[in-house]
Design a protein around this ligand. Structure first.
Ligand code: IPM
Ligand code: MG
Length: 339
């Protein structure tokens, strides 16, 4: 029997990315026993819950999932909505996912603003403004509360340093805004300094988030591992993805106790992208990371080389990459390049 992995289908681009990714992994010889579940709007459309219990139980049981972005019901993003909290964030809460590792690295053949970039953005996932504690005090005055606790920060930084150690990284930079948010970011930074003392092999650095953004688009090669809170992590990981070539080079590994969810954190609706037009790479990249981490490195490497060959040849690319291929055609080209 192969590796058991829960496959979470969130709709939109995912409807095309999932069959493409499964076909590529299977052609490359990965033996995976997929347990597929619908979530988000894709599930609601069929009369199901956005986060069905069977799905959550499956992930808790397998400890491993591959996930597309969960789409919300159609309609404007802002203002009162039927769902209280974004489904992707809710899934993270349900599964106790407390950190997201986002590798940002150039791919051969993928045009990018900079080359020679190879960094990890490690993002806290449970607190900060994502606690989503918001209220209206009086009409015209609202509050959104930033939550930072020592307990969550300590666990997060220990995890980040341990991950950096396992990956053989050299330097860890904490991104913050403690010059303004003296309490919230002050506590976060203090917790970083405390954790750093137990990992003396690392060069550590602290950088204010606005300067980090400027450095990112001036000399991104200077960064190795970047650690930060939930909101800055959201922004900086997308900034970093832009630096290395966009959604094709981005993947997230969300970690909780005994659970790893490999996710595509980009993806739109079929109304926006079209049917069979989605770039398969945002889901294929985390799938490659999953194989790499689960003892199937040679297969992961083979798929990555095939992806780089297809990107370099530029003959079978989806419209977002400047080509005219369908999702199926691009995935078939990757399969043909497996060699
Ligand atoms: C991400 C995404 C999510 C986030 C959305 C989909 C809720 O942007 O994972 O980066 O804001 O965390
Ligand atoms: Mg984001």
């Amino acid at each position: 029997m192969g590796l058991r992995v829960t496959l979470i289908q969130g709709g939109g681009a995912g409807l095309d990315q999932v069959p493409a990714t499964k076909a590529i992994l299977s052609a490359a010889g990965a033996v995976i026993d997929w347990d597929e579940h619908l979530a988000g709007w894709a599930s609601m459309e069929q009369g199901g819950e956005p986060l069905p219990r069977t799905l959550l139980d499956s992930v808790r049981h397998s400890g491993l999932a591959l996930k597309t972005k969960l789409l919300p019901p159609p309609g404007p993003v802002e203002g009162p909505r039927p769902e209280k909290i974004n489904f992707n964030v809710q899934l993270r809460r349900e599964l106790g996912l407390f950190a997201s590792v986002r590798p940002l690295k150039n791919l051969a053949g993928l045009p990018a603003r900079f080359r020679g970039v190879d960094m990890l953005v490690v993002r806290e996932l449970t607190e900060d403004l994502y606690a989503a504690i918001e209220h209206e005090i009086v009409p015209g005055v609202v509050q959104s509360i930033k939550v930072v606790t020592a307990a969550a920060s300590n666990r997060f930084f220990r995890f980040a340093f341990e991950w950096a150690r396992t990956m053989g990284r050299k330097s860890v930079t904490c991104v913050h805004k403690a010059n303004i948010l003296k309490l919230a970011d002050g506590l976060f930074l203090e917790s970083f300094r405390t954790a750093a003392r137990d990992f003396p092999e690392f060069q550590t650095r602290e950088i204010i988030v606005d300067n980090c953004c400027m450095q990112m688009v001036s000399r991104p090669q200077q960064f190795d591992v970047l650690v930060m809170g939930n909101l800055y992590g959201d922004l900086v990981s997308d900034l970093g993805a832009g630096v290395v070539g966009g959604i094709s080079a981005a993947a997230g590994i969300n970690v909780g106790e005994g659970v790893h969810v490999y996710e595509s954190f980009h993806g739109g609706s079929r109304e926006d992208i079209g049917v069979n037009r989605a770039n398969p790479l945002p889901l294929l990249l985390p799938a490659i990371d999953l194989l790499d981490a689960e003892g199937q490195k040679p297969i992961a490497q083979r798929i990555l080389s095939a992806v780089e060959q297809v990107l370099t040849e530029r003959r079978s690319l989806t419209p977002d990459l400047g080509g005219q291929a369908t999702t199926t055609e691009m995935s078939q080209a990757i399969i043909a390049a497996l060699g």
